[in-house]
Structure formats: structure tokens, C-alpha cells
Design a protein around this ligand. Structure first.
Ligand SMILES: Cc1ncc(COP(=O)(O)O)c(C=O)c1O
Length: 445
């Protein structure tokens, strides 16, 4: 339901009336286009196909089987009902010990057991969304800034800045460097902030990257750590796509880089994580702040009262993640299925001459449609995007929404199962690949 905002400026707070949420952008408009006319193979075959929502729905068959085999983990079952009262009453805001242990262990597993995580440093939040905001509140004051390499996840603008008043300063990465983060780009962004009298408090990396679908290599992580150490600013790594990598290069966590640099200042290092992508459970809102800084852990934990994960969810997740045999199988199969989807998608696009950045991570193809633009401008990009959404009926996301420095790039979410009403996953993926390829050829003609 749309509420009319009659001149509320006088009545409400600046936060309530400003545009900081960002929902008036093409990124969200595409979702609205899908919501009002969702594709269905039989009931609405000409509807909008959702390729703009980063959801990983590929392994729910495995999850369902586990749920059936472990009825005690769900307290609303005959087997679990005895635990209902203990779970329903108030719990310590540190989180259930078994939940924190299981999440720490899971994070280690996803990183090939090359690092250890201390369960006492795990702080809960409402998804990575809440984790980002919590960290922004802990690390920076209103008006201070975090550097963020472009293109970056559009939600960062909302999550890190809207309620905190913190600013984001883009680190401009370019296609000529395969959008890699260079020391020169970091220095330029830092200088730009300084020239504008903005104090930089940290650098936010997203590894693997949304929207690029690539991992950040070890050398770049090392270089980023050196940069933040030199400037004495924080390094935040959003690693929510860490288990979505298939093949090589593999994923390297900042935790590994930290381990290899025993003299680095741990007080400056923080990880954001959630189960929204790696497990595909965004509805559960399980987000994590993992900080090596004791004061940040303590403050974030106090703030977590505003975004606790429900104890019922903690209990279920703790049981599931602790089933090591199941999780090993799940992680391997999920990465395999995602890798196949990504490869099929890229192949389909490649067959019609659409190039995308080489990647093996996340849920994304970062498509280069620059040659389809009427001019190398963001207006032309928006025009092409409208055509794709309204005529081709595909909800993809334009690069401008990700602050991409060059017009003409688009993010396509690998069809990780159907959005909304579509049930035939395989047919959906094939149909989308065929449809997008065909329609884009026609666009070109
Ligand atoms: C890079 C990145 N960070 C954070 C989030 C927010 O995740 P969550 O659903 O756990 O709040 C997303 C969601 O798409 C994302 O892509």
C-alpha cells in the first residue's frame, strides 16, 4: 500500500522524511515491476521474470529432507514441543551458546577450516542489513565516512548511512582493471574525502562481490589491509557470499589474511556475515557481526537488542549447522548447483554475443551491454533498462544502481529457482536463458 506523503516535513523527523532508504531507485522499481506482473509458465507466461533479487533457492530439497528427518529441531512438532516453553521465554541477548558455537564452526567450515572463529565474538543482528548498520554505529559518527569500492550493493546506502548519518565515499574501480581494487583508487578516494573535509573511518569490502560475482584475490586483500593499517582506519569485510564460490579462484577470507599477518592491528578488523545467501535463508534474518575488537563486540552486543534473531530460529539453525555431515553435503551440492547455473547462464549469453565479467561467485552475472546503449550515458542506460523490463520483461538491475563508474553494465541474478509462482526450476532457467538471449538479439537489430 502506498501512503501519500503530504507535506510531513514539519511533523516528522528528518529520517522519516528523507530519501535515505533509496526505494525510489531503478533497483527497487524493477522489483515493483515484477511484483505487479509476475511471470508464471502457464498462468502468466508474458509476465516479468525476476532476475533482480539475489536469492539462492537451489537446495531447498536438501533442507526439507533434513527438516523431516529432524523434527525435534522444530519446536512446533510433537517431538520438539517439550522445548517450547524454554525457547518461548526471554533469552540472554548474547544468543544461545549452541547457536554461537554452531555459527562459528560453520564459518570455519565455509573457509576450509583454515581459520578459527571465537563464538564469544559472534554478535547477532537482523540479517547482514542489521550487521552493517550496527558496525556503522560502532565505528563512525554522523558526517564521517567509509570508503566503498564500486560497483557496490545498493543496500549499502540504506544500511550504512540512512539512520547513522555516516557517508559512503566511492572507490572508483574500472572495467579496464576488471573492476579490481587498486591502491591508486583507494588513495584517490581517501584524498577526495580529505579534500572535502570528511574524516574517513574505514574501508568496506564485499567479498565475494555483489554485483560482480567475483572473489577478491589474496593480494588485493593484503593490499587493502596495508592501506587501512597505514591510514589507521577500520577494515570491514562483508563475506555473506562466501559459500557461493565454485571452482577456482577459491574464496579467501579476511580472517586468513589476518592470521598470516600476526602484527596487524586486530582492533581494526570486522566481518559481516549472514545466512541469507550461503544457506538461502533471508527470511530468518540471521545476521552476524564478528569483530576482533573487544569494545566493538561489547557495544554491538548491546545494540543487538534492536535486532535479535528469534530463539526459535537460533535453536533450529544451531541443530542444522551442527549436523556436520549434512552441512558438508549441503555446501558442496549448493556450490555445484550454483556453478552450473552460472555457467549455463553465461554460455547462453555468450552464444548471442553478450559478454560478462568472468566470475565464479555470488549469484550474479555482471553483463556488459555497453554496445547496446544509444550513448555512453546513464540516461541511455536507464532507457535500455526500461526497455528490458517493460518490453523484454526481465527484471535486471542497471549498473547505476550499484554506483558503477561506467554506464552500460547490468547485473543479472542467476536464476536460482523461480521467483513467485514458478515451480519448474529447470525449465525456468532454460526459458530465461533462451528468452533473454533472443530478446536481446532483437534489441540489437
Ligand atoms: C553484499 C550484501 N550485503 C548485505 C546484504 C543484506 O543481506 P541480509 O538479507 O542478510 O540482510 C545483501 C543482500 O542482498 C548483499 O548482497
Amino acid at each position: 500500500m502506498e501512503f501519500k506523503s503530504r507535506n510531513q516535513g514539519q511533523l516528522l523527523s528528518k529520517i522519516a522524511t528523507n530519501d535515505g532508504h533509496g526505494e525510489n531507485s531503478p533497483y527497487f522499481d524493477g522489483w515493483k515491476a515484477y511484483d505487479s506482473d509476475p511471470y508464471h509458465p502457464t498462468e502468466n507466461p508474458h509476465g516479468v521474470i525476476q532476475m533482480g533479487l539475489a536469492e539462492n533457492q537451489l537446495c531447498f530439497d536438501l533442507i526439507q529432507e533434513w527438516i523431516k528427518n529432524n523434527p525435534k529441531a522444530s519446536i512446533c512438532t510433537a517431538e520438539g514441543a517439550a522445548d517450547f516453553k524454554d525457547i518461548a521465554i526471554y533469552q540472554d541477548y548474547h544468543g544461545l551458546p549452541q547457536f554461537r558455537n554452531a555459527v562459528a564452526r560453520f564459518m570455519e567450515k565455509v573457509r576450509g577450516n583454515r581459520v578459527r572463529f571465537d563464538p564469544d565474538r559472534i554478535v547477532m543482528s537482523g540479517g547482514a542489513t542489521g550487521a552493517q548498520e550496527t558496525l556503522a554505529f560502532c565505528l563512525a559518527d554522523r558526517g564521517e565516512a567509509l570508503l566503498v569500492p564500486t560497483p557496490y550493493y545498493p543496500g549499502n546506502d540504506r544500511d550504512l548511512t540512512w539512520r547513522t548519518g555516516v557517508k559512503l565515499v566511492p572507490v572508483v574501480c574500472e572495467s579496464g582493471d576488471a573492476f579490481q581494487i587498486t591502491r591508486a583508487a583507494l588513495e584517490a578516494a581517501y584524498k577526495q574525502a580529505q579534500d572535502s573535509n570528511i574524516r574517513v573511518k574505514g574501508l568496506l569490502l564485499n567479498n565475494p562481490s555483489n554485483p560482480l560475482g567475483t572473489v577478491i584475490d589474496k593480494q588485493t586483500l593484503q593490499q587493502s589491509l596495508e592501506f587501512t593499517a597505514d591510514k589507521n582506519i577500520h577494515l570491514i569485510c562483508d563475506e555473506i557470499y562466501s559459500a557461493t564460490v565454485s571452482g577456482q579462484p577459491g574464496f579467501t577470507s579476511i580472517a586468513e589474511i589476518v592470521q598470516e599477518n600476526p602484527h596487524c592491528n586486530l582492533d581494526l578488523i570486522h566481518i559481516v556475515y549472514s545466512l541469507s545467501k550461503d544457506l538461502g535463508f533471508p527470511g530468518f534474518r540471521v545476521g552476524i557481526v564478528y569483530s576482533y575488537n573487544d569494545a566493538v563486540v561489547s557495544c554491538a552486543r548491546k545494540m543487538s537488542s534492536f535486532g535479535l534473531v528469534s530463539t526459535q530460529t537460533q535453536q533450529l539453525i544451531a541443530a542444522m549447522l551442527s549436523d556436520e555431515e549434512f552441512m558438508d553435503k549441503f555446501l558442496a551440492e549448493s556450490a555445484r548447483r550454483l556453478g552450473k547455473r552460472r555457467a549455463d547462464m553465461c554460455e547462453g549469453l555468450g552464444q548471442v554475443g553478450i559478454w560478462n565479467l568472468e566470475g565464479n561467485a555470488g549469484l550474479f552475472c555482471w553483463m556488459d551491454l555497453r554496445r547496446l546503449l544509444k550513448a555512453a550515458t546513464y540516461e541511455a542506460e536507464l532507457e535500455l533498462w526500461r526497455l528490458i523490463v517493460e518490453e523484454v520483461k526481465l527484471n535486471v538491475s542497471p549498473g547505476a544502481a550499484f554506483h558503477c563508474s561506467e554506464p552500460g553494465w547490468f547485473r543479472l541474478v542467476v536464476p536460482a529457482a523461480a521467483g513467485g509462482a514458478c515451480h519448474d526450476v529447470a525449465a525456468f532457467a532454460d526459458g530465461v536463458a533462451a528468452c533473454s538471449s533472443q530478446d536481446l538479439i532483437e534489441l540489437e537489430l
